[in-house]
Ligand binder design. Structure first.
Ligand code: KG4
Ligand code: ZN
Length: 354
């Protein structure tokens, strides 16, 4: 039948989902976000993440199953689990749990690459009614996938299910990390992305400070965001809004300035994404469209910008519903589904990073 239980614990979300690979529907999707646990530290603390995964995983997997009246693991055909990349301790919790479950119940096991899961999350469509989330069949190959999260900023050429090439990546910080770092700098806290978005909205997405775009903007498909964060920092110091000596916010920091910084940062980021995707289309003109996934793809301004860009280029644009952009187990179960159909299983010796 192909009922896949997906498990995801690579960073700060403990997630479980059930996917019916025959009917192509997501039957259940459960996520526990650890944001509240990491908030006061301004970022994810790996040790706290692992402990929380350990506390929550049994409960979240149980809930994913009981949501659809599965009271026994017997009905599941395969356990698909993220085994790379991510925080080692966090991955080990999900993988250990999945292996135990599969071994004890004589179920198939398969490891899923978290980035592959993000790439193919674009195929999951959402509903806000009680109709189930399903898999769309209107995304053509080859296409380009831009995956932007707190840990990654990557561009892939996607040729088929499970067949994709990395064609660009960040050389330093991820874009989500840049949002998080600037947010911390101006005192908005963690996670920065949603806060930057709401402050930028108040300033009407105007480019006040023209922060520098990457040097080789139109030449390379790689990204670099560490310079952008430094540029924001020094601009704030110049404006008397940040005290570099003491590493604290200074007198001239106002909410108006925060809004202007957030707005300028978001516009800068959108310009960088558009330029890189333009270059990607120039290099691979035969692609049918672009997909935009990962936590940063929750950003409505960026989605709109990329959608308009694709329209101008005559390319399709797809970005999944927000609940499938950030880390979730439906995307893991979906990848598990096509691997299951190809009998692409792993053995019980599967390790993290294999
Ligand atoms: O994919 P994700 O949930 O976890 C990782 O694999 O990293 O992405 C988290 C990242 C964080 O950096 C967060 O600030 C960013 O996604 N993010 C956003 C928005 N919502 C979350 N960035 C920009 N705008 C948003 N609305
Ligand atoms: Zn992720």
């Amino acid at each position: 039948m192909g009922l896949i239980l997906g498990i995801e614990t690579s960073c700060d979300e403990t997630a479980a989902a059930v996917y019916d690979s025959e009917k192509k529907v997501i039957l259940s999707n459960e996520v526990f976000s650890q944001i509240k646990l990491h908030e006061k530290y301004g970022g994810v603390v790996p040790e706290i993440a692992s402990r929380s995964h350990l506390e929550k995983i049994g409960f979240i997997v149980n809930r994913a199953l009981s949501n659809i009246n599965i009271n026994s693991i017997d009905s599941i055909d395969c356990v698909a689990v993220t085994n790379k990349p991510g925080l080692a301790g966090a991955l080990l919790i999900g993988l250990g749990f999945a292996k135990g479950l599969a071994w004890a119940n004589n179920k198939k096991l398969l490891g899923v690459d978290h980035m592959e899961a993000h790439v193919f999350s674009s195929f999951i469509t959402g509903t806000n009614s009680n109709i189930r989330d399903s898999i769309r069949d209107d995304i053509e190959f080859p296409h380009i996938s831009l995956v932007v999260s707190g840990g990654h900023t990557s561009i892939y050429l996607v040729k088929d299910f499970g067949v994709y090439d990395l064609i660009g990546h960040t050389l330093d910080d991820a874009a989500g990390e840049a949002f998080d770092k600037v947010s911390k700098l101006i005192g908005l806290g963690y996670p920065g992305g949603p806060k930057i978005e709401s402050f930028a909205c108040k300033a009407k997405f105007f480019d006040f400070f023209s922060y520098p775009r990457t040097k080789d903007l139109n030449k390379s498909l790689n990204f670099s965001f560490s310079g952008l964060k430094t540029a924001v920092l020094y601009d704030l110091v110049k404006r008397g809004a940040y005290d570099l000596n003491h590493g604290i916010i200074a007198n001239n920091m106002t909410d108006e300035l925060r809004e202007q910084v957030a707005s300028s940062l978001l516009v800068c980021m959108s310009d960088i994404f558009v330029a890189k995707l333009k270059l990607a289309i120039k290099k691979f003109p035969h692609v049918c469209g672009i997909t935009f996934t990962g936590g940063v793809a929750c950003n409505k301004f960026l989605r709109e910008k990329l959608k308009n860009f694709c329209k101008d280029m005559g390319k399709d644009f797809v970005s999944p519903p927000a609940k499938f952009c950030g880390d979730n187990a439906s995307m893991v179960a979906f990848v598990g589904g096509y691997k299951y159909n190809n009998s692409n299983f792993d053995t019980i010796t599967l390790d993290i990073y294999d």
